[in-house]
Design a binder for this molecule. Structure first.
Ligand code: PMP
Length: 311
């Protein structure tokens, strides 16, 4: 595979990646006052590249930005268009990961220094890099984290805020140090919230169960895709209700959903096998359906794919 052009969209223009930098005085660097997204583009079965559910990601991005009073010029459509433009300029020809970042930059004249959201300028950057599937379809082993997910009275957990990811990083670090692949975090009520960068599903008596947004989690776009595909293609309904750690131990199958992780079977939780300790039939069927959809093989979901077009 030929090298890609190292470019980013940064401060309103396409620049060499090494010029997409921030000063050490950047407010978001000091206080975590940024918001971001993770989006995938997939090589399509009939050739070309397409962004998967880009508009939904950018709508969430703009909602996240509003919670931090970050004002962006482009709307969701324009963000989709500039992302496609970036991918064309990069020469992207295979599976890509796209990382938009909007953040608090510098104090406006007259604003005294300090932690704040007003009186600070906003900035936008988008970068992208090659990334194929990275999760093991044979399943992963997860810990139950000793770190709790903050409740939404503490942080806007439904927004994708950079500073909030200190919690996720601590949970992943703890899990990896103990030999696990990932961590599931409980919320302040002791119920399942989500995994470090994905949502959690259990399969219980032929139905999917996933915690509701009130369980302090990010409303994943892959979570929505999984719910939709399960209902449409597998005739499997989803119940949105609280899950305790015991429910996970008793579930027939457990899987995680996320843009990066895609759909990943969980075969062990905190030292106990899930079901038979191998990926279950529903998880396997859903994973297969997901990969057909993101590759544009299923006409019914072509509206989720935005073609990047020729360079
Ligand atoms: N929860 C968290 C904390 C995440 O970071 C992510 C990844 N964006 C998800 C869930 C899954 O969201 P999505 O399916 O939209 O990628």
């Amino acid at each position: 595979t030929p090298a890609l052009a190292a470019l980013a969209y940064h401060d309103g223009e396409f620049v060499p990646l090494e010029r997409a930098q921030v000063p050490v005085t950047t407010q978001a660097l000091q206080y975590g006052t940024g918001v971001f997204e993770g989006i995938r583009a997939y090589a399509q079965a009939d050739g070309g590249l397409a962004v998967f559910r880009g508009h939904d990601h950018y709508q969430r991005f703009l909602r996240s930005a509003r919670t931090l009073r970050i004002r962006l010029e482009p709307d969701a459509r324009e963000l989709c268009a500039l992302t496609a433009e970036l991918l064309r300029r990069i020469g992207a020809d295979t599976d890509m990961y796209i990382r938009p970042l909007a953040y608090k930059r510098a104090l406006l004249p007259g604003t005294p220094p300090g932690v704040q959201l007003t009186g600070v300028s906003d900035a936008l950057s988008v970068n992208a890099f090659r990334m194929g599937s990275y999760t093991d379809r044979r399943g992963i082993r997860v810990a139950i984290s000793s770190w709790r997910r903050p409740e939404s009275a503490v942080l806007p957990v439904r927004a994708k805020v950079t500073g909030g990811y200190v919690n996720n990083a601590l949970a992943v670090d703890e899990a990896r140090a103990a030999g696990y692949d990932d961590a599931i975090l409980l919320n302040s009520r002791g119920q399942v919230a989500e995994a470090s960068t994905s949502n959690v599903f259990a399969v219980v008596r032929g139905r999917l169960v996933t915690p509701p947004v009130t369980a302090d989690l990010l409303e994943g776009i892959t979570r929505d895709t999984a719910v939709t595909l399960a209902a449409d293609l597998l005739d499997v309904p989803t119940d949105f209700h609280d899950l305790g750690r015991e429910d996970l131990c008793l579930a027939d199958e457990v899987f995680l959903t996320g843009t990066g992780a895609e759909i990943v079977p969980v075969t062990e939780i905190a030292g106990r096998p899930v079901g038979d300790g191998v990926p279950g039939p529903l998880t396997t069927a859903l994973t297969a359906a997901y990969h057909e959809v993101v590759r544009g093989k299923d006409q019914r979901y072509r509206h989720w794919l935005q073609s990047v077009g020729p360079g």
